[in-house]
Design a protein around this ligand. Sequence first.
Ligand SMILES: Cc1cc2nc3c(=O)[nH]c(=O)nc-3n(C[C@H](O)[C@H](O)[C@H](O)COP(=O)(O)O)c2cc1C
Length: 313
Amino acid sequence: MRSFEPAERPQVEVFRTLLSGVAPRPIALVATHDEHGAPNLSPFSFFNAFGSNPPVVVFSPSYRGRDGSSKDTFRNILATGECTISAVTFAIVEQISLASSEYDSGVNEFVKSGLTPLPSRNVAPPGVAESPFVLECKLLQHIDTGGKPGAGNLMICEVVRFHVSESAYDENDKIDPQRLDLVARMGYNFYCRASGDAVFELPKPTWNGIGIDNLPDYIRNSRYLTGNHLGMLAGVADVPDQKTEFTESLDGKPQDHEIELRVGDPLRALSAFWPRRDEYSIQRQQQILHRIAALFLEQRRIDEAWQTLLLDG
Ligand SMILES: Cc1cc2nc3c(=O)[nH]c(=O)nc-3n(C[C@H](O)[C@H](O)[C@H](O)COP(=O)(O)O)c2cc1C
């Protein structure tokens, strides 16, 4: 491990290290007005939501690392108490990157980036029409975290209106990440795209699982099961009983369990292996059963994984 205190390293290294590990971060595309009503638009990835009643979001326009100067967004929101925050999708990532350029105060980044103002109803600054998710916000509180170059300004804002595009919803009226196609910021110049295979569902635990400490030793210490596999097995409410009907269904019809493992069919792999298990050493039997169980788990077939592992018990 490289282990250090922030004071031991140059500020730029602290910045890069922090942003590489606190990632991916959602990006707030923040629109503000100055005290004369001139618009400003800039992205901020020191951003998140911190409660939903009332809905509160926080973003941080930092003091510039270079010279400690403050950003237009910061000065505008302090002056007016209002902003909008538009979510950033893959379709507009190049345009928001352009909007992050250090244009002089008074330059309208809506015009520079070619993004379209979406009229607001509760605050003066507009949202971004190309974004499927826009928040109208009022400043609740500002916290300065140091006043030095690189220090942050927590702009704690209450969301006073949501705008969500119809096209973000699926047929069950749920906001669908695949339809949103958001991007997030990581360290250095990396971004990531929150759609396609990058998005996966993990059901919430509905009861207290037995815990990894209560897994039988031969499962907990298996060389073939990862921490994620053990996490799934340990999520059951009780260690299941062995079901005789499970083994009765294993008819030995497929010939080769290795082929079935390779094509990703754990049940057929088990069916091929189990009636022929005596052809293998005890150690090899255990290896094959655990690999089959791992494949069941990768398909979230937790009952079948347990039944497979209980054959080794
Ligand atoms: C994706 C992205 C995320 C950014 N996040 C932040 C941030 O969280 N805080 C910050 O101070 N600057 C951040 N920046 C840089 C600002 O957008 C940039 O300094 C901008 O010029 C500020 O504009 P303003 O002076 O008009 O407010 C980010 C830039 C990009 C491209």
